[in-house]
Design a protein around this ligand. Sequence first.
Ligand code: SAM
Length: 312
Amino acid sequence: MPHIPVLLPESVKLLLEAPSLADGGVVVDATFGGGGHSRALLQEGTEKTTVIAIDRDPAAVSRARSLLSEFPSRFRLLTGNYADLSHLLIGIGIERIDGLLLDIGLSSFQLEDEERGFSFQSDGPLDMRMDPAVGQPAAEIVNRADVRTLTRIFRNFGEEPYAAAIARRIVRQRREAPLRTTRELAVLVEEMVPAHKTFRRHPATRVFQALRIVVNDELGALAKVLERGLEGLNPGGRMVVIAYHSLEDRIVKQFFRQAARGCVCPPKIPVCVCGRRPRVRLLKGRGQRPSDAEIARNPRSRSAVLRAVEVL
Ligand SMILES: C[S@@+](CC[C@H](N)C(=O)[O-])C[C@H]1O[C@@H](n2cnc3c(N)ncnc32)[C@H](O)[C@@H]1O
């Protein structure tokens, strides 16, 4: 199934209405995926709007061919990690941008390709690397980390209540034979999570999420791109982030709130001495969620939260 873009009109409108884009400029789609957002930005932006797309997954980049031929002068595509945003852009001579979109997480293409090892619903190698040439596959962690490390990973990055029991079970199992496939891991996790706790989600959801986050250093990359993005945006430029789970959304929310904060002097002090000025204006203070109609059309969107800021 193709990837259905999430919160598409909302995010594109926010980006294209950025004051600094009024006379044209550069919008970066740092999570190209299936190209849904890039396409809409190109179609709805003016002739003076250039879109630069980035994805760390070489398979995503290979899907960009038709956009490259339809918009040869307004579309560029880079392969790389958005954590390296500034370097990637400087590499093509761009220092300032007017919009940045982060639609984080996985595309349906990645989830549905069983060879990539992201899905507990199919059987593939335990890999989970977004860029198969970078980092260690999930199997390395699952078969080598000790019980304490595995517990910490499942607890911290999956918020898994049965983290320790699952970790112990994995270590016991691998004494017989290493875990090699997504199905083997999913079955083990299913055994350890009581059936009545799996009402809404597959029992392996949290463990797979945790491993994926660690394999790809997803939270580290997110923290970096938020800061680099803010530094690179022109005044009046906008950043829009769509997150799909609470760990990511918390990082985005706190980062935006901090950036929007002005003076932090205690209320007793009559005149500001800290000199701190807000760097951004919050555009969606409480975050925007997909409508019921969008969730019905695309159930994958149900956990999405969009947050956006404008640089002052
Ligand atoms: C949810 S999909 C984006 C879907 C896209 N907006 C669309 O409408 O088709 C997320 C994409 O971001 C990519 N990605 C995730 N983390 C990344 C990172 N640190 N650097 C670059 N790309 C990343 C993934 O490989 C994936 O293709």
